[in-house]
Design a protein around this ligand. Structure first.
Ligand SMILES: [Zn+2]
Length: 122
């Protein structure tokens, strides 16, 4: 299934950012636009500080956003943790499989889910 990705915009921008911030803190949230389950992926860019970027996307409507330079209070599974920075940048821009398509696939396979993740709630 192909999802049409769209960066959180307009009236959804702030609610979506708010939901993303809660996901960062380990809460499970539903999409402010379509009520779909929000998914998340965190990748560390500064190993000394543990700071990185959190991608949050909706598997329903494809709305997404990123939270850069954040450090979540909990662990997110990262299949790309050992990938060198340059290679990760290549992943981000790969035309073969766009990063969000790849993350959505990994999510479907269960590779990104936290074992202790609670059920979504509004
Ligand atoms: Zn949605």
């Amino acid at each position: 299934m192909t999802i049409h990705w769209s960066l959180a915009y307009g009236e959804y921008q702030l609610p979506f950012m708010g939901a993303a911030n809660r996901v960062l803190n380990g809460e499970s949230r539903l999409c402010p636009k379509c009520n779909g389950e929000l998914r998340a992926y965190f990748h560390v860019f500064q190993s000394d500080t543990g700071k990185g970027t959190l991608w949050v996307w909706c598997g329903g409507c494809g709305m997404h956003t990123t939270l850069p330079r954040v450090s979540p209070p909990l662990q997110f599974p990262d299949p790309f943790a050992g990938v060198p920075r340059g290679q990760f940048s290549a992943l981000e821009t790969s035309a073969e499989e766009r990063l969000l398509d790849r993350l959505e696939r990994l999510w479907s396979e269960g590779a990104l889910r936290r074992a202790d993740a609670p059920r979504p709630e509004r």
